[in-house]
Write a protein that binds this ligand. Structure first.
Ligand code: KIV
Length: 273
């Protein structure tokens, strides 16, 4: 099993991800929604940037991913694309832009690709949206699937608990992963499902499977950048490893600035013209 960081400077494509699965090199994916963070991620060695509809929560402050619009996603995606030269950039199709009919799904996907310059789109769901997935892929647009806890269906689930713990849902997830692979998806996200099931699905499909709360037996991991950096702190699921406490650091800097302004320490002689 390789542990090498994919530091090769050339652009990551869907084919590179496929090779990484074959070689056993894990895929590292994070979200980004703006130019400044995407620029840091671009030089970090990250393989995939997801312009997730979690922007609805993280950037806009809504309590679900449902309100974000296609125009909002295109705005975030085009900001990220301007910075991300090396990682593959995948963009979520937001709620309501693909579930209803496959022609509308294709129009939404084309708008994202044309207006943002992204490399691929992601859709949540399996069998029920297969027609949309096939139509988008037939237009030459790479599609990443997303199964398990699909946040756009939160009102159906009623809760953010682990999915597919019962046989019926687990069997549907097994079937859906096969259907997504056969339809031509280049990868699948599995969110918040038992690690054993995720590992089994990963073995059963040839395309890369990327997990979030799906254990270590998958081909790669994705986290929401603001969660792993500790900017957002009101959300602490078991699967979230925090690498920093940026909220505290930002707070400290802002408070130091306020103090300096109030005490007239800032600006000093060298900080003026
Ligand atoms: O929108 C998002 O950030 C996502 C990830 C949690 C996979 O879909």
């Amino acid at each position: 099993m390789s542990t090498a960081i994919n530091s090769n400077k050339s652009k990551i494509t869907t084919h590179v991800l496929q090779e990484m699965k074959l070689k056993g090199e894990k895929i590292a994916m994070l979200t980004a929604y703006d130019f400044s963070f995407a620029k840091i991620l671009d030089t970090s060695g990250i393989d995939v940037i997801l312009v997730g509809d979690s922007a609805s929560n993280v950037m806009a402050g809504y309590d679900s991913t449902l309100p974000i619009t296609l125009n909002d996603m295109i705005y975030h995606a085009s900001s990220v694309v301007r910075a991300a030269k090396r990682p593959l950039v995948v963009v979520d199709l937001p709620f309501g832009t693909y579930q209803g009919n496959s022609k509308e799904a294709l129009v939404s996907a084309i708008r994202i690709m044309k207006e943002s310059g992204a490399n691929a789109v992601k859709l949540e769901g399996g069998e029920e949206i297969l027609e949309s997935i096939k139509r988008i892929i037939s237009a030459g647009i790479p599609v990443m699937g997303h199964l398990g806890l699909t946040p756009q269906s939160i009102h159906k689930f009623g809760t953010y608990v682990v999915r597919a713990t019962e046989d019926k849902e687990a069997n549907q997830l097994r079937l859906d992963s096969k259907l997504l692979e056969e339809a031509g998806c280049f990868a699948i996200i599995l969110e918040k499902i038992p690690a054993k099931l995720a590992a089994e699905v990963t073995q059963s499909v040839r395309i890369p499977v990327i997990g979030i709360g799906a254990g270590g037996g998958v081909d790669g991991q994705v986290l929401v950048l603001h969660d792993m950096l500790g900017i957002t702190q009101d959300f602490s699921p078991r699967f979230l490893r925090r690498y920093h406490n940026l909220k505290e650091e930002v707070m400290g800097s802002v408070q130091a600035y306020i103090k300096d302004v109030k005490s007239q320490d800032f600006p000093n002689e060298r900080e003026q013209y």
